[in-house]
Design a protein around this ligand. Structure first.
Ligand SMILES: NC(=O)c1ccc[n+]([C@@H]2O[C@H](COP(=O)([O-])OP(=O)(O)OC[C@H]3O[C@@H](n4cnc5c(N)ncnc54)[C@H](O)[C@@H]3O)[C@@H](O)[C@H]2O)c1
Length: 269
C-alpha cells in the first residue's frame, strides 16, 4: 500500500505549464524533474534539443512509474540559443503551439568562465552577458507579454548564483559575478514592474553545487569550498528541487522580488 504523505495542496503545480531554459542538463535538469513531478506540464528549451527530448521522455516515464494511474504531464523539448531574441521568440511560439498557455518560467540557461578580467576576450564578454543576462531578459519579457495579454497571473524564477552577491575566491570570474548580480536585480525590478499584473518574479541563487561541469572547471577546489560551507558539503542538484517547486507554486503566493540562496549557509559566514 502506498504511503500516505499529506502536504499542502498549494505546493502542487497541477494545472500549470512551465517553460525552463537550460533544462536538459545539470541543475536545470533537476529542476525540470521537480516541476513535472509536482504536476506541471513542461517545455524544456535548450541549445541541445536532442538531450532535452531524451530527458523529456525520461521525466515522463519517471512520473508514470511514481503515479501509475494519474494523468502524465505533457513534457516537450525545444531549441533556442537564449542570447538570440529571434530564437527566443520562435521558441515561445513553438511552445504555445504545443501547450496553449504558459504560467511559469524558470531561466536556468547560463554559464561561468574563470579567467582574469584583463585577458577576458571581448567576444566572450559579449557571449556571457548575452546568455546570462540578455537571455533571462528576452525570455522574461517575451513570456510576460503572453501572460499579460492572456491575463495569466504568472510566476517566474530566475536562476542566479551566490556569485551575484559575494565575490568567490580563489577563482577569478568578475564578469560572471556581475552577470548574476544583474539577474538578481532584474528579478527584483521586474517583480515590481509586473506586480500589478499578478506576475511574481523571484531569484533562486545556488551556492557551490556538485555538477560535472563545476568540478571540471575547478578541479581540486572541492575540499577547500567544503571546509568553508557550514553544512560541510557541496550541494547536490536535487537539493534545488524543493526550492524551485516552492517558488513556482502558490505556496509562495506572497513572495516576490526576493532572492533565496540555497548554499548550505556559505554566504552567511
Ligand atoms: N553548477 C553550479 O555550481 C552553479 C552554482 C550557481 C549557479 N549556477 C547557475 O545554474 C545554471 C545552470 O548551471 P549548470 O551548472 O547546471 O550548467 P550546465 O552547463 O551543466 O547546464 C546548462 C544547460 O544550459 C544549456 N545552455 C547553455 N547555454 C545556453 C544557451 N545560450 N541557450 C540555451 N541553452 C543553453 C546547456 O545546453 C545545458 O543544458 C547557470 O545559470 C549557472 O550559472 C550553477
Amino acid at each position: 500500500m502506498a504511503t500516505f504523505t499529506p502536504t499542502l495542496a498549494s505546493f502542487s503545480l497541477v494545472g500549470k505549464t512551465a517553460v525552463i531554459t537550460g533544462g536538459a542538463r545539470g541543475l536545470g535538469l533537476a529542476m525540470s524533474k521537480a516541476l513535472a513531478l509536482s504536476g506541471a506540464n513542461l517545455a524544456i528549451v535548450d541549445l541541445n534539443k536532442d538531450e532535452a527530448a531524451k530527458q523529456a521522455k525520461t521525466i515522463s516515464s519517471i512520473f508514470q512509474q511514481k503515479h501509475p494511474n494519474q494523468q502524465v504531464p505533457k513534457v516537450t523539448a525545444h531549441y533556442a540559443d537564449v542570447s538570440s531574441k529571434s530564437d527566443v521568440d520562435t521558441s515561445i511560439s513553438e511552445v504555445l503551439a504545443e501547450h496553449a498557455k504558459i504560467t511559469n518560467l524558470i531561466t536556468c540557461a547560463g554559464f561561468c568562465e574563470n579567467r582574469d578580467a584583463i585577458s577576458f576576450p571581448s567576444h566572450r564578454v559579449k557571449r556571457m552577458l548575452g546568455v546570462n543576462v540578455e537571455g533571462t531578459y528576452y525570455y522574461a519579457t517575451g513570456i510576460a507579454k503572453h501572460m499579460i495579454d492572456q491575463q495569466i497571473a504568472g510566476n517566474m524564477v530566475f536562476i542566479g548564483s551566490i556569485s551575484g552577491s559575494i565575490v568567490n575566491v580563489p577563482q577569478r570570474q568578475a564578469l560572471y559575478n556581475a552577470s548574476k548580480a544583474a539577474v538578481r536585480h532584474l528579478a527584483a525590478s521586474l517583480a515590481v514592474e509586473w506586480a500589478s499584473h499578478g506576475i511574481r518574479v523571484n531569484c533562486l541563487s545556488p551556492g557551490y553545487m556538485l555538477t560535472k561541469i563545476a568540478m571540471q572547471e575547478n578541479p581540486g577546489l572541492k575540499a577547500e569550498w567544503e571546509s568553508k560551507i557550514p553544512l560541510k558539503k557541496m550541494g547536490a542538484p536535487e537539493e534545488l528541487m524543493g526550492t524551485v517547486a516552492f517558488l513556482s507554486s502558490d505556496a509562495s503566493a506572497y513572495i516576490t522580488g526576493q532572492e533565496i540562496r540555497v548554499d548550505g549557509g556559505y554566504t552567511v559566514c
